[in-house]
Design a protein around this ligand. Structure first.
Ligand code: CP
Ligand code: NVA
Length: 315
């Protein structure tokens, strides 16, 4: 079944969004369909209060533009309230444990926590010890909200997801991991193109391969050929120090006009942003008519609103 023929039920049996490993294709299709209808209502200026009286706390241990603003505006548009908590300002940043933080925040009537941090285990522990829904807003291993917004953007672009070939070039990082999982589960053809030493975590690759069509290659030609979407991300993720060896290894994986020319004629270019022009992508590609980067960024809002409604709304 493809997302285009799926009949939504308006619910999913999940309390958290931690990494997509435990999400089925149907769960993901529910999110994409609700995101579509919320996006249409938003464009028409239609007001609704699906999360009236609900509060989302947002814990940030790393910087953010899109995630912070889209979650905050999303809660506002759904009639709820959000609370920005920088790790530097709360006791978590001074060594209070995730366990104690989760137990304390559970006493204040918080309905959901969106957390951006380093260790995936911290996100999982927050869900384990807290009474609220937990949404992963990026860890060193995963970025599920971005990957969901990306496949929603591809669905808008192509009208279906089955068989759509997305090739990711560069560092086998949190984005590569989440795109493999989201794409494999929804029938896409995901190709990760990275040099040895910077390929995705083999355990996550194997897990994704059990769900669908995922290949890892060092060959830029193999990845670009027949691609519907070319995707890349920064050489150095937040928390990583710049390193000349890694930069040298990743430069040949830059998405430039030569790579674009090898893909399908109407291929799109994608990037989670922020981008570094001249490093992982050239201006000639990211600022070309093939680029759908701002549509991806916008769709963070609609997709996360759908995620929050399905996790935190009335069951
Ligand atoms: N793509 C993304 O998550 O952007 P921010 O780091 O600005 O939130
Ligand atoms: N891989 C990047 C994604 C930023 C949205 C990082 O973790 O910094």
């Amino acid at each position: 079944m493809d997302v285009s023929s799926y009949k939504p039920k308006g619910r999913i049996e999940h309390k958290h969004l931690l990494n997509l490993l435990d999400y089925s294709a149907a769960d993901i299709y529910e999110i994409l369909h609700l995101a579509g209808s919320l996006k249409t209502s938003f464009a028409k200026g239609k007001k609704h209060e699906l999360l009236k009286g609900k509060t989302l706390a947002m814990i940030f241990g790393k910087s953010s533009t899109r995630t912070r603003v889209s979650f905050e505006m999303g809660m506002h548009q759904l009639g709820g309230h959000s609370l920005f908590l920088s790790s530097n300002d709360i006791q978590l940043g001074r060594g209070e444990t995730i366990h104690d933080t989760a137990c304390v925040l559970s006493r204040y009537g918080i309905d959901g926590i969106m957390i951006r941090t380093f260790k995936q285990s911290d996100v999982e522990d927050l869900a384990k010890y807290g009474s609220f829904s937990v949404i992963n807003g990026l860890t060193d291993d995963f970025h599920p909200c971005q990957a969901l917004a990306d496949i929603f953007t591809l669905y808008e672009t192509f009208g279906h997801l089955n068989g759509v070939k997305l090739s990711y070039f560069g560092d086998g990082n949190n984005m590569a991991h989440s795109l493999m999982l989201a794409g494999a589960k929804t029938g896409m053809n995901i190709c990760i193109c990275s040099p040895k030493g910077f390929q995705p975590n083999p355990e996550i690759t194997e897990a994704a391969q059990k769900f669908g069509n995922v290949t890892v290659t060092e060959s830029v030609e193999e990845a670009a050929e027949g691609a519907d979407a070319l995707y890349t991300d920064v050489f150095f993720s937040m928390g990583q120090a710049k390193d000349a060896v890694k930069e040298k290894a990743l430069m040949p994986y830059q998405v430039n006009s030569d790579v674009l020319a090898m893909a399908k004629k109407d291929a799109v270019f994608m990037h989670c942003l922020p981008a570094h022009r001249g490093e992982e992508v050239t201006e000639s590609v990211i600022d070309s008519t093939h680029s759908i980067i701002f549509q991806e960024a916008e769709n963070r809002l609609h997709v996360q609103k759908a995620v929050m409604c399905l996790l935190m709304g009335k069951k």
